[in-house]
Ligand binder design. Structure first.
Ligand SMILES: Cc1ncc(COP(=O)(O)O)c(C=O)c1O
Length: 365
């Protein structure tokens, strides 16, 4: 007779659980620090909090939560379509971009297929591929974390269905040049998933290439610049031929009513978005300038910066920051990131000042 645990798909056993950034509650409990004295710069959230218009929309839609939302979040989809400049039937929705990735895995990944992942990068891709029984193939980024297009293209074979590219990349912060993306799209017959979670903070975006290429899917989210990470709203821009298939495979009602209402309001709040982006640009320059005499700061196009704290270990630096009530991210849990990289979300000006003062003390010690 089988043991009950034998019923689990073998591919699930190979998954290393996703490591999220630490929470304020965890640090308050673990280090005896008052929650109001802790700053959370480990998860690339919006330090300004939510848009007041989104909060108001949540309040006024709260009486409707006994009713299912529209199955395809149509009202939000059409506003997002306008926002990205694509027709509505090229935009798909998910519970966060993670949800979009999951649905795409249902469409394209099964045992015997592979997905190429350029490391170090966002760890959920690997989990999503393995959960569908696919095989992740890892191609390391170069020393400056740019993508070696030849290495990517030569690693693609007939069973490689998908290539994950993240731009700006988490955790390194650099963007993919348009010519590199085009080269990969031109030279490969796999589908490319371009993750643009942080694109609002970057100088360029490559979404428009989805007009030219029928093998490009772009992932987007309302978790970062739109500030509603807690509601889990993500979307994708897909080629026409994928749209119908996506709608067959997605969970119905993937985006909840509150998420739709808050998403619509956040998109309307251009003033909030402008403040958010300005805060990131100013804070990013400040942190980079202040810290670059003490460690290597990688240039970033995102709402975070990555630092090399060598010869110190990232775990040691992050732990010391935690004892001072500052949550930053140890990149050790990112495959191929090594033991010396840390990632810091751009905070508000007073938070950035505290990060600089505390971190310089630690790096000097
Ligand atoms: C590169 C990248 N893609 C996707 C996500 C997930 O986005 P969402 O909150 O929309 O699921 C994150 C979250 O941090 C991310 O860093």
């Amino acid at each position: 007779m089988r043991h009950i645990t034998d019923l689990l798909k073998s591919s699930i056993k190979e998954i290393n659980e996703y490591v999220p950034g630490k929470s304020i509650e965890e640090i308050a409990m673990g280090y005896g620090i008052r929650p109001e004295d802790i700053i959370k710069l480990g998860s690339n959230e919006n330090p300004l909090g939510p848009s007041p218009m989104a909060v108001e929309a949540i309040r006024s839609s709260s009486q409707t939560i006994s009713i299912y939302p529209s199955p395809d979040a149509g009202e939000l989809r059409s506003v997002l379509a306008e926002y990205v400049g694509f027709p509505e039937d090229r935009v798909v929705m998910g519970a966060g971009m993670d949800g979009v990735v999951d649905t795409l895995m249902r469409l394209f990944i099964q045992p015997g297929t592979k997905a190429l992942i350029t490391t170090p990068t966002f760890s959920y891709y690997e989990i999503a591929v393995r959960a569908q029984g696919g095989t992740p193939v890892f191609v390391r980024r170069s020393d400056d974390f740019s993508i070696d297009t030849d290495a990517v293209v030569s690693s693609i074979d007939d069973s490689t269905n998908l290539v994950f590219l993240c731009s700006p990349n988490n955790p390194s912060g650099n963007s993919i040049p348009e010519s590199d993306l085009k080269e990969i799209l031109d030279r490969s017959d796999a589908l490319v998933f371009l993750d643009e979670a942080y694109v609002e903070f970057a100088n360029t975006q490559l979404t428009h290439l989805s007009y030219e290429y029928d093998n490009l899917v772009v992932g987007r989210t309302l978790s970062k610049a739109m500030g509603i990470a807690g509601l889990r709203v993500g979307y994708g821009i897909v080629p026409g031929w994928i749209y119908k298939e996506y709608m067959k495979a997605t969970t119905p009602f993937a985006v909840n009513r509150i998420g739709v209402a808050a998403g619509l309001a956040a998109l309307k709040d251009t003033e909030y978005r402008k403040r958010t982006i300005e805060n990131v640009r100013i804070g990013r320059t400040f942190l980079s300038q202040q810290l670059s005499s003490y460690c290597h700061v990688y240039p970033s196009q995102a709402n975070f910066i990555m630092l090399d704290v060598s010869p110190k270990k990232s775990s040691e630096v992050v732990e010391k920051m935690l004892t001072k009530g500052i949550i930053i991210r140890d990149c050790k849990s990112f495959r191929d990131a090594g033991e010396h990289l840390v990632r810091i979300t751009i905070g508000k000006p007073d938070q950035n000042r505290r990060v600089v003062d505390t971190l310089i003390d630690i790096l000097r010690s």
